[in-house]
Design a protein around this ligand. Structure first.
Ligand SMILES: [Zn+2]
Length: 201
């Protein structure tokens, strides 16, 4: 099951604010942070905090329950490159600040040029290079062993790469946790032998 099974249905008040914003001169992705869109961002953030139960869709770490900076709204397809998907419910979620900084505006579509003129948001999982939290099951693509992330598919590998999910090991260059944790080592062994991903916490 994808982590998100319930995309936001924006309130009428938010839809009005969005239409007003789109009608302004020089409307661009930079308008996302405008003061008058704060209620829209808050509504989106609160919805996905609840649906995701405060779990980051990329690293499965925590997003903050209260601080807006600790739960940035993520545009799965970057808003800087695909403006018309900026308020698309299935393009939105919340992630942790680290995943947000690492992923930044990296491309998530297989063929962004072909998709550039699409009016409707692509709903075919195969069109995405990343593990899409609305369409893909995380466990089919990434196996997580404590702080270690193992790719189970090309999508998993790309997501691990663009979000730098193995940042703990990139920083410390050690795997003592894996070696010293017997249960974890057994789990990892089973995975590498049988290809069975561990149960997510
Ligand atoms: Zn994260």
């Amino acid at each position: 099951m994808p982590i998100i099974d319930n995309p936001i249905v924006l309130s009428d008040a938010s839809l009005v604010l969005i239409e007003q914003k789109k009608a302004t001169a020089n409307f661009s992705h930079a308008n996302w942070g405008d003061e008058d869109l704060q209620p829209v961002r808050r509504e989106i953030r609160e919805h996905y905090r609840n649906v995701q139960r405060l779990v980051c869709v990329y690293c499965l770490g925590s997003v903050s329950a209260h601080s807006a900076a600790g739960a940035p709204v993520e545009h799965i397809v970057p808003k800087s490159q695909h403006l018309h998907f900026m308020f698309e419910p299935e393009n939105l979620c919340v992630i942790c600040p680290d995943c947000n900084e690492f992923k930044s505006n990296r491309e998530s579509l297989v063929n962004p040029v072909l998709t550039a003129n699409r009016v409707n948001y692509p709903r075919n999982s195969a069109l995405y290079r990343i593990v899409h939290p609305h369409f893909d099951s995380y466990d089919n693509h990434i196996a997580k062993f404590n702080r270690l992330y193992v790719e189970c598919s090309d999508k998993g590998g790309y997501t691990i790469y663009i979000c730098n999910l193995n940042r703990f090991f990139r920083r410390f260059g050690r795997c003592d946790e894996l070696v010293n944790d017997v249960a974890l080592a057994e789990q990892a062994e089973r995975f590498f032998e049988d290809g069975i991903a561990p149960e997510q916490p």
